[in-house]
Write a protein that binds this ligand. Structure first.
Ligand SMILES: Cc1cc2nc3c(=O)[nH]c(=O)nc-3n(C[C@H](O)[C@H](O)[C@H](O)COP(=O)(O)O)c2cc1C
Length: 211
């Protein structure tokens, strides 16, 4: 596959529960031959969630991707969330798609309101204005009216809204089964369908007859 055909993906990680979803996303993108580069932006609260939920300390930001994956990385570079002048803050820089995983209600509100005062929100704003693929993996429960209205607003502006809701039809046995299926569905949304993804093929006729 020619280098030019490979994707550049931005991954935003914010301070909602579900750091393990961000970790799985980065693992799958790092090993995907269709991906050339991953720009990772982690909000301050996102770094806190990596520490709280996964025991991954903040420390030197440059080394964060290798701490998250547990080994050196080749494709993932990390950008400071305060750097609103980074490459991905401009529409002239070619990014194919962006996923915010998990996406806090705060960052959802910033994106829905067009408030680009950090790099996650600005990069997402750029994706929308350029008509590029943006997926927001929103997480909270229950949702209040502001959250729901912000989701609608972001969706109407072009974002895909994928609440971090696991599926059970593939009969998951482990947390990794739940996480992998969800993240595979997210990556399919940005044109990176994974072989690992379970695909529902309907209930076999024999089982229907038994029912
Ligand atoms: C342990 C922990 C869990 C949290 N879980 C959520 C959550 O699931 N959803 C959410 O919207 N905010 C959650 N928050 C609050 C956000 O981290 C907070 O609103 C933060 O300001 C979001 O900032 P960010 O969008 O820049 O990451 C959590 C905070 C902590 C410390």
């Amino acid at each position: 596959m020619a280098e030019t055909q490979k994707q550049t993906v931005t991954v935003g990680v914010t301070g909602a529960s579900g750091a393990i979803l961000a970790q799985k996303t980065l693992v799958l993108l790092e090993e995907d031959p269709r991906v050339a580069r991953v720009h990772l932006v982690v909000s301050e609260a996102g770094q806190r969630l990596f520490a709280e939920e996964m025991g991954i300390p903040s420390g030197d930001l440059k080394q964060l991707p290798s701490r998250i994956l547990g080994h050196p990385v080749a494709k993932i570079d990390v950008l400071p969330n305060k750097d609103v002048g980074a490459s991905i803050a401009s529409g002239s820089y070619a990014v194919d798609s962006m996923v915010v995983i998990p996406c806090s209600m705060g960052t959802l509100g910033a994106i829905a309101g067009g408030i680009s005062d950090d790099l996650v929100a600005r990069a997402a704003d750029v994706m929308l204005k350029e008509g590029r693929k943006l997926v927001l993996c929103v997480r909270d429960t229950p949702f209040n009216r502001v959250h729901l209205e912000n989701m609608l607003r972001a969706q109407q502006a072009g974002a895909g809204i994928m609440p971090t809701v696991p599926a059970f039809y593939h009969q998951p046995k482990t947390i990794d089964d739940l996480v992998t299926q969800y993240v595979c569905r997210v990556l399919a949304q940005i044109g990176l369908s994974q072989d690992k993804m379970y695909r529902w093929m309907g209930t076999p006729a024999s089982k229907k007859a038994e029912a």
